[in-house]
Ligand binder design. Structure first.
Ligand code: PEP
Ligand code: MG
Length: 572
């Protein structure tokens, strides 16, 4: 019987194959006290050695299949095993509480998993999976349980699992593993990142796939839409989907190296990548990104146990700017608070942290902390074109005083004889409706705008972006949002400034024609969306997108706007 489910499309592609249920024997932690402490400590050490050996060979396999950078995850895993603080905690529990080895590891790992898991930022949340992956392997060795070997799969399958750990993902041979479908996980999990590198279609966050699909079933998955069908009723539908996907993929490949130009020859739009850390630059360049339109600098602060020093930040920014090799890098100053917390700094308790003490409101209040970041950014600007961008600007005073502070830091550096770049631009995010409405005045002071639609939409619709109950209000195509975009873009242009967008909307295929018509200059998105946006632009004339935008601005609803876009794109 066919059965349809929908999850999160985590790695594009279509696959149809037999189900392989990855059902590891669950770990049961024995509660009994240790009788021989030395023996327990020795057991941990020998298991660590075995796990490290596994990680070494996994790293070698991954290096060959995924490249050096992706394989580095296993080095990170090995460093978790080598962490002296963790080892001390194991020893303390065994010596002081008489815990057996497995229980000690379980207890300590739970603490770290909980710590990472409690972080709201998706990237850090996923790091909990790394600790879990490593410590579960260790516990399996301690308890003398089998450790699964996925590399030995030798017929075409789709893996169905609760979750796939990074080490399991790295073992998959794309020749046989055609895809995977998991109950948990999202687009930023390691499994998803690796699946994209291996080009294996994956659907995650399915919740009930493990209890629904059985060994012997045939599974069809669409890694772009997240659609899954167990025992598909009409295989030809899936064959057609697969054919279309492969054709599109082949067509998009050429756009990695093409220039960004519309059908009628307009070549001023630029397509850029959003990054969260220096290692993300490679994907931006590989996909033909013409710059970095948003570097979320939070990672430097969140992946740390102290406010990063000027020097630590300078090294990270300099790396990105140098790697971009003359292309523009827009770095956003610390956007902390709201959902993003720091383990080493207590933000005040507030009823509505998203509307509270965060981002520019925090940094301008704590100039001691802000100074280090601004100085690091200014120093990095000596290595290539840099845009410094302030998040969550609501008033002209906020922007003007943040810019003044930046210029003071610049003067300070120059006085010290430290080089600062000549191509420095100082701009702002437009993510609060008040800023969009007043854009024309902001443009007198700011060098550029970058619209953060993720927040602009949540604040315009009064709909918390973290709440699953109000996701229907995330409406990028609502005419009210389009009108705010028009005010922002026109405001910038009136004063000869450029307007970009770095929220998710910029990379939405349906949004691109509208944004072109509204005159948006820079489009910053996840690296893998760049080729699609470039292909869309190549199929459209500027005039037809302008007509589209004009009609869209007169619409009443989101669906009317989408109908217009689909009508225009239907014969392209
Ligand atoms: C946005 O709000 O659209 C944005 C790009 O910033 P973030 O998603 O980091 O809040
Ligand atoms: Mg934002």
């Amino acid at each position: 019987m066919s059965n349809k489910l929908n999850g999160i499309g985590a790695s594009n592609g279509i696959a149809v194959a037999s189900v392989y249920v990855l059902d590891e024997q669950p770990i049961v932690i024995p509660k009994k006290d240790a009788t021989n402490l030395e023996q327990e400590l020795e057991l941990i050490n020998s298991s660590i050695a075995k796990a490290k050996k596994d990680l070494e060979s996994l790293q070698a396999i991954a290096k060959e299949k995924l490249g050096e950078e992706k394989a580095a995850i296993f080095e990170a895993h090995a460093s978790i095993l080598e962490d002296p603080a963790m080892a001390e905690e194991f020893t303390a529990l065994i010596k002081e509480k008489n815990y057996n080895a497995a229980r000690a590891i379980d207890e300590v790992s739970k603490k770290y998993i909980e710590m990472f898991g409690a972080m709201e930022d998706a990237y850090f949340k996923e790091r909990a999976a790394d600790v879990k992956d490593v410590t579960q392997r260790l516990i399996r060795y301690v308890l003398k349980m089998p450790v699964l070997d996925l590399a030995s799969i030798s017929s075409e399958v789709i893996i169905v699992a609760e979750d796939l750990t990074p080490s399991q993902t790295a073992q998959l041979n794309p020749k046989y593993v055609k895809g995977f479908a998991c109950n948990v996980g999202g687009r930023t999990s390691h499994a998803a990142i690796m699946a994209r590198s291996l080009e294996i279609p994956a659907v995650l966050g399915l919740r009930t796939i493990l209890s629904t699909a059985k060994e012997g079933d045939v599974l069809a998955i669409d890694g772009s839409t997240g659609d899954v069908e167990i025992n598909p009723s009409d295989k030809s539908v899936w064959e057609a989907k697969a054919k279309k996907f492969l054709e599109e993929k082949a067509e998009l490949e050429q756009f990695k190296t093409k220039s960004t130009i519309t059908k009628d020859g307009y070549d001023k739009f630029i397509l850029e990548g959003n990054i969260g850390s220096p290692k993300d630059v490679a994907a931006v360049l590989e996909n033909g990104g013409e710059g970095v339109g948003l570097f979320r600098s939070e990672f430097l602060y969140m992946d740390n146990d102290h406010f990063p020093t000027e020097e630590e930040q300078f090294e990270a920014y300099k790396k990105v700017v140098s790697d971009m090799n003359g292309k523009m890098t827009v770095i956003r100053t610390l956007d902390i608070g709201g959902d993003k917390k720091l383990s080493y700094f207590a933000f005040p308790e507030e009823m509505n942290p998203f509307l509270g003490y965060r981002a520019i409101r925090f940094t301008m209040d704590r100039k001691d902390i802000f100074r280090d970041q601004i100085r690091a950014l200014l120093r990095a600007s000596a290595f290539g074109p840099v845009g410094i961008m302030f998040p969550m600007i609501a008033t002209i005073d906020e922007f003007v005083s943040a810019k003044k502070f930046t210029l003071e830091c610049k003067a300070e550096l120059e006085k010290e004889g430290v080089a600062v770049g000549k191509d420095l631009e100082i701009g702002m995010m437009v993510e609060i409706p008040a800023a969009a409405v007043n854009a024309e005045n902001f443009a007198k002071h700011a060098d550029f705008f970058s619209v953060g639609t993720n927040d602009l939409i949540q604040y315009s619709m009064a709909a918390d972006r973290m709440s699953e109950n109000v996701t229907y209000l995330y409406q990028p195509f609502n005419p009210s949002i389009l009108r705010l975009l028009k005010l922002t873009i026109d405001g910038a242009h009136k004063h000869g400034k450029w307007a970009g967008m770095c929220g998710e909307m910029a990379g939405e295929p349906d949004a691109v024609p509208l944004l072109m018509g509204l005159g948006l200059d820079a489009y910053s998105m996840s690296a893998t969306s760049i080729t699609k946006a470039r292909s869309i632009m190549s199929k459209l004339t500027l005039v037809e997108t302008q007509e589209l935008a004009k009609k869209a601005l007169e619409c009443e609803t989101s669906s009317q706007v989408l109908d217009l876009v689909h009508k225009l794109m239907s014969d392209k």
